[in-house]
Design a binder for this molecule. Structure first.
Ligand code: FAD
Length: 432
């Protein structure tokens, strides 16, 4: 994990805060071009170091662009391999595939997200009813626990919408095992503040730390590891002053509390990406925050976007999240309109699910095409859209990405099964 300093590359271009990042594909591509040369040994040796807000120069910070698919996994992999050998970029490539793994794993367990969603209100109410837990939850969300690095991460998360991967792991571990708060509320707090918030990566990241993913194996944050890899977060070496003496000394894996995470028996049934000849004069495209890619199987007469979805039943998403997602969807709609030479209104259509039918009718659409959304709030919103659109006599078609159809079937159990196929995936994508 610790690399030799001679391999450390300063990347001044990345010394900027995430909130200043523009939610556009163009900006994402620029960030990708800038980071690609660092995706090799520099990443492998230094990726575990949390250098502090605005200083995350060893990791890409591309996740808000990839989770919205303003840029695709294939584009990220291709850029990394253009600048590094497959051996040197191995670790970075593997991390990119972790996203596909989590999404596929959740897809194989379709009840997990709805069960978590309906359970959150109960868990929240239980914490509110317990004086000690209520106070611990409030202090944790306010970044006032007295555990110095934890409080600094809360501040960074709330003010920038980003946290380094290692810090997400330490944060979740401290939340669950030191503060003894329910993992569901921690995952919810993350999801409402991370601008890269992704239902699968986030929920399953928390479950992994809690010991619910790999049975019997939880992740323990230790003072020694935090001091070694997150030095800029510490103002003192004293365990008592930094609050690190309060870290749990063991992480006993949690027992499963969700009733319905049964593994789907049938193979995944992702909708195909080919529609044959569709008439574009009556076909519309609806873009959602989980897939703003414009590689679509047909041309369109009209393009609109779904407004940011509600990420939680117990609270609103942060303003940073709302702003980034709204901007990203608008960027994609405008590019989509240009691509298809659509006559655009001045106002970019950003629709709530219940407004989609009215928009489609106003455009004279007979057919609506949407990129498949995996388990999560966008899926919930699309199920609502599909029901309303179909009831209005408009054809509703979803298509899925080649990448997802390639990777998700290997995500049924552990990462190993997927990981060993990475060379074949890259070959299938023409990236060898
Ligand atoms: C508790 C917890 C919650 C998380 N919540 C989210 C979330 O809501 N959304 C999200 O996108 N990621 C989440 N992650 C995964 C990971 O922390 C982030 O993807 C990563 O930190 C993003 O920063 P980066 O782009 O600088 O990553 P880099 O280190 O530069 O990695 C490059 C790309 O690889 C992918 N990647 C890297 N690490 C992971 C990982 N562990 N899992 C999945 N993909 C990964 C991302 O697409 C990332 O952009 C979570 C991890 C944990 C432990």
């Amino acid at each position: 994990m610790q690399g030799s300093s001679s391999r450390v590359f300063a990347n001044d271009l990345f010394e900027q805060d995430i909130p200043n990042r523009t939610p556009t594909r163009e900006h994402g591509l620029t960030a990708l071009r800038q980071f690609a040369p660092l995706a090799g040994r520099s990443y492998q040796d230094n990726r575990n170091k949390d250098c502090g807000p605005g200083q995350h120069r060893f990791v890409s910070q591309l996740s808000p662009y990839v989770s919205t698919r303003l840029i695709s996994e294939a584009e990220v992999l291709s850029a990394a391999l253009c600048k590094n050998s497959p051996n040197a970029a191995f670790k970075f490539i593997q991390e990119v595939f972790w996203r596909g793994y989590w999404k596929g794993w959740m897809e194989h367990r379709p009840n997990l997200w709805p069960a978590l969603w309906s359970r959150l209100e109960t868990v929240h109410a239980e914490v509110q009813d317990n004086k000690w837990q209520r106070q611990a939850y409030q202090l944790a969300c306010a970044g006032e626990t007295g555990i110095e690095p934890f409080d600094a991460w809360v501040h960074e998360l709330v003010t920038t919408g980003y946290l380094h991967n290692h810090s997400r792991m330490w944060f979740a571990s401290i939340w669950i095992f030191s503060l003894q708060l329910p993992w569901e509320l921690g995952a919810d707090f993350f999801y409402r503040h991370l601008i890269d918030g992704d239902p699968a990566c986030n929920t399953l990241g928390w479950r992994w730390v809690a010991g619910l993913h790999t049975k019997g194996k939880a992740y323990l944050a230790t003072a020694e590891n935090i001091r070694r890899n997150a030095a800029p977060r510490m103002t003192t070496n004293s365990a008592s002053l930094s609050g690190l003496e309060r870290l749990a000394s063991a992480a006993v894996p949690l027992e499963e509390t969700l009733p319905n995470d049964a593994l789907r028996q049938a193979p995944l049934d992702l909708p195909t990406a080919s529609f044959g000849d569709l008439e574009d004069a009556t076909t519309g495209l609806l873009l959602t925050e989980t897939d703003l890619g414009l590689h679509t199987p047909t041309a369109f007469h009209s393009v609109a976007g779904l407004a940011p979805v509600q990420r939680s039943p117990i609270g609103a998403s942060s303003e940073l999240v709302e702003r980034f997602i709204r901007g990203a969807v608008v960027d994609a709609v405008v590019r989509g309109q240009k691509k298809c030479n659509v006559q655009a209104d001045e106002a970019v259509p950003l629709l709530q699910p219940e407004r989609v039918v009215a928009w489609a009718q106003s455009q004279g659409l007979h057919r609506l095409v949407v990129a498949y959304a995996p388990s999560g709030p966008t899926r919930q919103a699309l199920d609502q859209v599909r029901a309303a659109v179909t009831a209005a006599g408009i054809e509703y078609l979803e298509f899925s990405r080649n990448y997802d159809r390639l990777v998700w079937p290997y995500s049924k159990r552990g990462f190993f099964q997927l990981g060993k196929n990475i060379p074949e995936f890259l070959a299938a994508m023409g990236l060898t």
